[in-house]
Design a protein around this ligand. Structure first.
Ligand code: NDP
Length: 398
């Protein structure tokens, strides 16, 4: 962070892969948040992190974030002015409800998801816009990498590089190898729900649905090389269609190895990726929740993780009457992330943007009221902070 301005305490909810990375990075930069309240379902994880942090003061709390009253209780106890939600998308609405009642700002990295249906849409959160406006508070939605940095790359391009943007392809490549036959890089339940849903893209004023993994294309990723990427639906498509003027087409692509897809196919075929409850030994269980307990914890993957991620936006449009195309992107090394924070690059690239967004809100650089997506903020201060905080970005002309 550039300016040496200390911020008032914040409350971070969730001490998993992303939450712990956020805390460890904040500990390296004690002038931003010298004191953080950390609340999660398993208080042991919060206590363990508080012991690791030697430069900042961590106050651990046990919390059931599915219960809005419990969230309110911890907000009041912490006297936080900002709640950073790094728990799961299932908890977004209960946490937002508590923020409205306590009149404090809110930030997250993933849209609300009901447990029983994979939807990946912002409607539920956007419906709370007036409640946030009335209480003069801000809910900043989607401040991870994708959504998050990708949205800000698009806004930066609109502000500085184009008069009109025609098309955006968001490209997400993990060119790393963690050595496990099958593991997900963030919460397995959320990750598998996202990947197994139908694909969807926006073109010429209409949305088109595709079967999962139906469409693929080879992209040449900087510092990684050629990889097969699959068209998927991702929540930032919904907000960017609304917030980028004149956009004609937007698609989201993610790379998967053949080995990953083969494992996923088998797990799907035997029903283990389903979110419909089944009866097991007289109890109702959700197969995907059971599968999650069998898979490696994403926060445990960083040791021996080699390779890099490359995530960016391939954007075409017009500037001064001339057609142009650029790729704005970041590459992040798993080894370097592990060296710095004992985290893998997917947690790193999610947590650092959340930390930057939190600091910009806490310092009043980013402000506003209502539920706003990150691309509705000025992209410049965020783009300035990215390289300083460990996520340099580049622009490649095509
Ligand atoms: P993890 O499963 O590793 O961590 C989630 C944490 O939330 C755990 O500590 C968990 O507690 C806690 N938690 C879950 N339910 C509750 C509850 N009811 N009350 C309190 N705490 C709870 O997930 P990740 O860290 O991988 O992901 C965190 C978030 O980041 C997710 O929403 C994910 O979708 C998002 N994400 C966003 C990305 C982006 O680029 N925008 C990329 C990657 C992730 P416990 O330890 O007890 O299980």
């Amino acid at each position: 962070m550039k300016k040496n301005q200390t911020c008032s305490p914040i409350l971070v909810i969730g001490a998993g892969a992303v939450g712990s990375t956020f805390i460890k990075k904040a500990n390296l930069l004690p002038s931003i948040f010298p004191s953080i309240h950390l609340a999660s379902r398993s208080v042991d994880k919060c206590i363990a992190l508080s012991k690791q942090c030697t430069s900042i003061h961590i106050v651990p709390h046990q919390l059931d974030a599915d219960n809005s009253n419990d969230v309110l209780r911890i907000i009041e106890k912490s006297k936080a002015s900002l709640v950073v939600n790094l728990a799961l998308p299932y908890q977004d609405l209960t946490i937002m409800d508590a923020c409205i009642r306590a009149k404090v700002n809110y930030l997250d990295t993933a849209n609300y998801e009901p447990k029983d249906e994979a939807k990946f849409c912002y409607e539920w959160q956007w419906d709370l816009h007036q409640s946030f406006v009335k209480n003069n508070i801000l809910a900043l939605l989607g401040c991870g990498f994708d959504p998050g940095v990708t949205n800000i790359f698009c806004k930066y391009a609109e502000k500085h590089l184009f008069d009109v943007i025609d098309t955006i392809d968001i490209l997400d490549c993990n060119g790393g190898d963690h050595g496990h036959p099958f593991a997900t890089n963030f919460n397995p339940e959320i990750n598998i729900r996202e990947i197994t849903q139908n694909g969807k893209y926006y073109s010429n004023n209409k949305w088109t649905e595709t079967k999962p993994m139906e469409i693929s294309q080879v992209f040449d990723f900087p510092e990684i090389g050629k990889r097969n990427a699959y068209l998927m639906y991702h929540e930032e498509l919904q907000s960017l269609v609304k917030n980028i003027n004149g956009l004609k087409e937007i698609r989201f692509w993610m790379t998967f190895s053949d080995e990953y897809l083969n494992h996923l196919k088998v797990l799907q075929n035997v029903g283990l990726t389903s979110i419909k409850p089944i009866s097991f030994k007289g109890k109702s269980i959700v197969p995907l929740e059971f599968l999650k307990t069998c898979l490696p914890d994403p926060s445990s993957l960083s040791e021996n993780y080699s390779g890099k991620t490359c995530i960016g936006c391939l954007i075409s449009g017009t500037k001064n009457g001339i057609k142009k195309k650029v790729f704005i992107y970041n590459t992040c090394s798993h080894e370097e992330s592990h060296k710095e924070l004992s985290s893998q690059a997917v947690s790193y690239t999610t947590a650092i943007p959340a930390l930057i967004g939190s600091a910009l809100i806490a310092r009043g650089v980013w402000s506003g009221t209502g539920t706003l997506n990150v691309e509705e903020m000025d992209p410049d201060p965020f783009m300035e902070e990215l390289p300083i905080m460990g996520l340099p970005w580049k622009i490649k002309n095509y």
